[in-house]
Design a protein around this ligand. Structure first.
Ligand code: C2E
Ligand code: MG
Ligand code: MG
Ligand code: MG
Length: 288
């Protein structure tokens, strides 16, 4: 009887749904194996100021899949979140990032560079999150002042009080916070004021059409005004052209991340990018 019902239920799945379910199951199995085999690693993307000087980097996870080659997070973060595998993956990423901070701490030109690490909702709301971050800081010896956690607005909806207190506990250790993809979520202003944030990151969707869509320009201006009244740094992401960069400067945004300045790459790529940065054709050199 139950078996028949079960079989009947299965029939509600159309072939495409079935294919999606098995694709997710395959990704899940590969994720588990990939974690064991340490197939995940970090790329780093430069963040620059209005003089083109390196002011930070964002760590972005990559997967060296045995058959598929290099896989971007868009293809697996959602599955990692829904299966809970984001917890071990996130710990692994945190350890890699903190080890990189320790390696940089020994080189004077890198010692003060902040490194941003993306944290997904499931990770942040996991009860042991604060302790885990502190444990990784202790075990690696990374300077918490150089670690910046990128949270998204969607993450701020649940368990607000617990979330604020967890942010404050990390803040007390020196960890910084940036609000990623800002402008795409639903945070209210009074609420933003209560969060111990350091930075707002203007979502790349507003930067993309900045020159074409006056609404986007208005949104970007509003975010910059908000940042200055809440005393938060503002950085624009997804800056792909000099024209976008000039428009951002005209509006009052002075920190940038995007392909116009540098793509995410291995730590060697970031380091050689930085060494050659005086040779780069920066957006500002003509103005100076
Ligand atoms: P995000 O944190 O908003 O990261 C920015 C994304 O935009 C990155 O994609 C980056 O490579 C890309 N990007 C940078 N500059 C440009 C540009 O000029 N134009 C365009 N079109 N794109 C640009 P990526 O590396 O594929 O990561 C996608 C998302 O996956 C990230 O968005 C973040 O939400 C998530 N993610 C990445 N790494 C991690 C991680 O270590 N942990 C977690 N939980 N999520 C991660
Ligand atoms: Mg990010
Ligand atoms: Mg973003
Ligand atoms: Mg994004």
């Amino acid at each position: 009887e139950a078996k028949t019902a079960g079989r009947n239920q299965v029939r509600f799945f159309n072939p495409q749904m079935q294919a999606e379910v098995s694709a997710r199951a395959a990704i899940e199995a590969d994720l588990r194996a990939g974690l064991k085999a340490e197939q995940f690693f970090l790329h780093y993307q430069p963040q620059v100021d209005a003089q083109g000087k390196l002011v930070g980097a964002e760590a972005l996870v990559r997967w060296r899949h045995p058959e598929m080659g290099l896989v971007a997070p868009g293809a697996f973060i959602a599955v990692a979140e829904s299966t809970g595998l984001i917890l071990p993956l996130g710990r692994y990423i945190m350890r890699c990032a903190c080890r990189q901070l320790v390696a940089w701490a020994e080189q004077p030109q890198w010692a003060r560079l902040p490194l941003a690490v993306n944290i997904s909702a499931r990770q942040f709301h996991h009860p042991g999150f604060v302790e885990e971050v502190c444990a990784v800081l202790d075990e690696t010896g990374a300077n918490p002042l150089r670690l910046k956690l990128e949270l998204t607005e969607s993450l701020l909806i649940e368990n607000v009080e617990t979330m604020i207190s967890n942010m404050n506990r990390l803040k007390a250790r020196g960890v910084r916070f940036s609000l990623d993809d800002f402008g795409t979520g639903y945070s209210s202003l009074s609420y933003l004021k209560r969060l111990p944030l350091d930075q707002l990151k203007i979502d790349q969707s507003f930067v993309r059409d900045l020159l074409k869509d006056p609404n986007d320009a208005a949104i970007v201006k509003t975010i910059i005004a908000l940042g200055s009244s809440l005393d938060l740094a503002v950085i624009a992401e997804g800056v792909e052209t000099k024209a976008q960069c000039d428009a951002l400067i005209a509006i009052g945004c002075y920190q940038f991340q995007g392909y116009h300045f540098g793509r995410p790459g291995t730590v060697d790529v970031l380091e050689s990018w930085s060494e050659g940065y005086h040779d780069h054709r920066y957006a500002f050199e003509r103005q100076e």
